[in-house]
Design a protein around this ligand. Structure first.
Ligand code: HEC
Length: 377
């Protein structure tokens, strides 16, 4: 190298594709092998002139496919025949037709991974920097200029003689390709980024927080989930109206309905009753619902004197807290709906015990028939 600074190679610039192809052919014939051509668009004759017929990816993919096929079939064979043989319908353990899907999948899997990875590896990607970019004229390689480069690592490369050879190719210009500090710069940027990423810490992610239901060594009871502070009330759920929410004042049961009974109240009460109470108490309230017919304990009829004369608050309390064998419905039914049901139960009771005074026009015959009808239960 005559003590000169080492270079990456030499590059010639051409005006058109024909000149490039011609020069490429002559370069190849002259024995240069580490040659590359750059053009704004793909030129097939240039590839041919470069003898760019690298088939290593194909070969590697074939190998990957064979390895995949063997691995897939081997996996099936090993699991089905050796490790965990199961007699399925008397078929032989080595039922190879059923191994085909897995073998096929693994073949494709390994082959395609090999294709992608070997393509990147053989292309030398990712390549953040290349010495051709050190030549300002090279910017036109993607517009209207054609370039041919001979690398200094070519065994035939001799700076003076190769320069002379290239000058004889009819090029517009021949230039040196320097290694430059940009190389180092880009490497250091990549290295810096790697360091930055490596320097990322997981502190935000690994917070000293408790996952639900984890034990705690801090609190004396060993539980990380804390009870609400006594007297805490969630927004909008302050149950100040004790009579409304418990059906009692002190220990005394509430007698009156907490709100006026309208048709809407009764309709809503009926609808809720049909959903929640009818399965046991039945539609008429006599206590012979489907669940009872299937063996559940039979509740008392709503029409017995005790329940007809009991305070409204009793019904509310029974729905809220349950009663003997009857489960509570505090969670399923809102307080307002519980009162709606109470109003409906009152209507049910009245339906079975209405006197002449309860009927418009005071005609008692209109009252008796439903009573007789309900007795069938
Ligand atoms: C799963 C069946 C079942 C359902 C559903 C059910 N109950 Fe009961 N209920 C019973 C049984 C059983 C008893 C009798 C409990 C006992 O004496 O142990 C009873 C008793 C009662 C009593 C009488 C309490 C007393 O003083 O004797 C009332 C009132 C009552 N239920 C109302 C309701 C209302 C209102 C609903 C609907 C919100 C309802 N029940 C839903 C099974 C049920």
């Amino acid at each position: 190298m005559d003590g000169q600074k080492p270079i990456y190679g030499l590059m010639a610039e051409f005006d058109d594709a024909t000149a490039l192809v011609e020069a490429t052919k002559r370069t190849y014939d002259a024995g240069y092998r580490k040659v590359d051509a750059y053009s704004p668009f793909p030129i097939e004759p240039a590839w041919e002139a470069l003898h760019a017929d690298d088939r290593r990816v194909q070969l590697l993919v074939l190998c990957g496919g064979i390895i995949g096929a063997l691995a897939g079939f081997g996996l099936c064979y090993w699991t089905q025949v050796i490790a965990y043989p199961l007699n399925i319908g008397g078929r032989p353990f080595n039922s190879w037709p059923s191994f085909i899907p897995v073998t096929f999948e693994v073949t494709i899997l390994i082959a395609s991974f090999t294709a992608v990875i070997s393509m990147f590896a053989l292309n030398g990607l990712p390549m953040p920097y290349h010495p051709v970019f050190n030549v300002p004229a090279f910017a036109r390689a993607s517009e209207d200029r054609f370039f041919l480069a001979i690398e200094a690592t070519d065994p035939k490369f001799d700076r003076a003689r190769t320069l002379e050879f290239m000058n004889g190719l009819g090029a517009r210009a021949v230039m040196k390709l320097n290694h430059s500090w940009q190389n180092l710069a880009s490497i250091s940027i990549v290295a810096f980024l790697v360091l930055v990423v490596a320097g990322c810490r997981q502190d935000m992610h690994n917070q000293p927080k408790y996952k639900p239901l984890r034990a705690s060594s801090f609190f004396p009871d060993g539980s990380s989930a804390r009870q609400l502070v006594d007297g805490t009330v969630a927004r909008g759920t302050l149950q100040e109206d004790v009579a409304f929410f418990t059906g009692k004042v002190g220990t005394a049961l509430v007698k009156e309905m907490p709100f006026p009974v309208t048709k809407e109240v009764l309709d809503r009460g009926q609808q809720r009753y049909e959903i929640f109470c009818r399965p046991c108490h039945d539609s008429s309230g006599s206590g012979n619902g489907m669940v009872v017919q299937r063996g559940y304990r039979r509740p008392p009829s709503m029409h017995i004197d005790r329940l007809r004369n009991v305070e409204n608050g009793h019904f509310f309390d029974v729905i809220t807290n349950g009663f003997g064998a009857m489960p509570d419905y505090k969670v399923q039914i809102t307080a307002r709906d519980r009162w709606n049901i109470v109003a409906y139960i009152r209507a049910l009771q009245l339906s079975q015990h209405a006197g002449a005074a309860d009927v418009p026009g005071g005609d008692p015959t209109k009252v008796q028939s439903p009573v007789a009808g309900e007795r069938r239960h």
